[in-house]
Write a protein that binds this ligand. Structure first.
Ligand SMILES: NC(=O)c1ccc[n+]([C@@H]2O[C@H](COP(=O)([O-])OP(=O)(O)OC[C@H]3O[C@@H](n4cnc5c(N)ncnc54)[C@H](OP(=O)(O)O)[C@@H]3O)[C@@H](O)[C@H]2O)c1
Length: 276
């Protein structure tokens, strides 16, 4: 990825930030996009201080025009765009009866339409460089789990998006990598449905099941650089997807057990039903 110019949405924390650091370590120039520009500026300054090339650009993927402006800024600064990682996302938790239609709309506006906005903005430049698209979905794009229907639906949607546009873009030389992480250390499980971060909240996911953002980033950058069709990230993520593909009855039974267990504690179920 040396000298690649890469734009990453959701680079102010978690997986996006770690991917930005990994890309710079491998010689890429990065354009960091998110809404919290103070965090972005801090990461960009650190990367520059270490000798890398990085700029921070305010970009809300739910706003028409923001991703276009970010792409324009990337090209103005570095002259080209080789890679885009549509990573910005969050998770709305709760059972279907507890959620409003607006909850589902907000989930889709960021995770699905935000991804589409980002890709549509980047495509004209990516076609010039026969570039790379990465879309961060989730293991929940393969496996539905209780109390996560909004999130799961959004992640199934981006998996379908990737599978369709991969064919469309083949002739142009632009590759599409669908990335499906399992549990990775980030802010996602300490944010509530309104995206407020609860710094002192405890992540109920067993720590041994949570991969570091750094190791996830290495897997993601390897997959992008090899133009892989799909990358399931984390060992347990690979196991879940394998089981879903070949023993879906077993996964359904497990989900039933988890649901029965968690129905007794709705709050916990609402926060921690995801598998990635
Ligand atoms: N960590 C996991 O266990 C896990 C598992 C499977 C999939 N994923 C996926 O990985 C991706 C990254 O999440 P993460 O785990 O790294 O969580 P995170 O630490 O909460 O990071 C989410 C990033 O998305 C950005 N974002 C959210 N809404 C945005 C918007 N409207 N416009 C621009 N940026 C926005 C946030 O930045 P601002 O708030 O500053 O805008 C932040 O940088 C998500 O798509 C998530 O669904 C994560």
């Amino acid at each position: 990825m040396k000298d690649n110019v890469a734009l990453i949405t959701g680079a102010s924390s978690g997986i996006g930030e770690a991917v930005a650091r990994e890309l710079v370590r491998r010689g890429a120039k990065v354009v960091l996009c998110a809404r919290r520009t103070d965090l972005l500026e801090k990461v960009a300054a650190e990367l520059r201080a270490a000798g890398g090339s990085a700029i921070a650009v305010a970009c809300d993927v739910t706003k028409d025009g923001d991703p276009e402006a970010a792409v324009a800024r990337a090209v103005a600064e570095y002259g080209r765009l080789d890679t885009v990682l549509a990573n910005a996302g969050f998770a709305i938790a709760g059972r279907i009866e507890a959620l409003t239609l607006d909850d589902y709309r907000r989930q889709f506006e960021t995770n699905v339409f935000g991804t589409i906005r980002t890709l549509q903005a980047a495509l004209p430049e990516l076609k010039k460089t026969k570039g790379r698209i990465g879309v961060v979905g989730s293991v929940n794009g393969f496996v539905g789990t209780p109390a996560t229907s909004a999130y799961c639906a959004s992640k199934f949607a981006v998996r379908g998006l990737c599978d369709a546009i991969r064919h469309e873009l083949k002739a142009s030389g632009v590759s599409v990598t669908h990335i499906a992480p399992g549990f990775v250390a980030s802010e996602i499980r300490i944010k509530d449905n309104q995206e407020t971060v609860h710094r002192h909240a405890k992540d109920a996911t067993p720590p041994w099941l949570v991969a570091s953002a750094e190791s996830a980033a290495r897997e993601i950058v390897n997959a992008l650089s090899r133009r892989k069709r799909e990358q399931i990230v984390t060992f347990h993520g690979k196991v879940f997807v394998f089981l879903e593909r070949h023993f879906s009855w077993l996964v359904a039974q497990l989900a039933g057990v988890v649901d029965a267990d968690r129905r007794s504690d709705r709050k916990r179920a609402a926060r921690h039903g995801r598998v990635g």
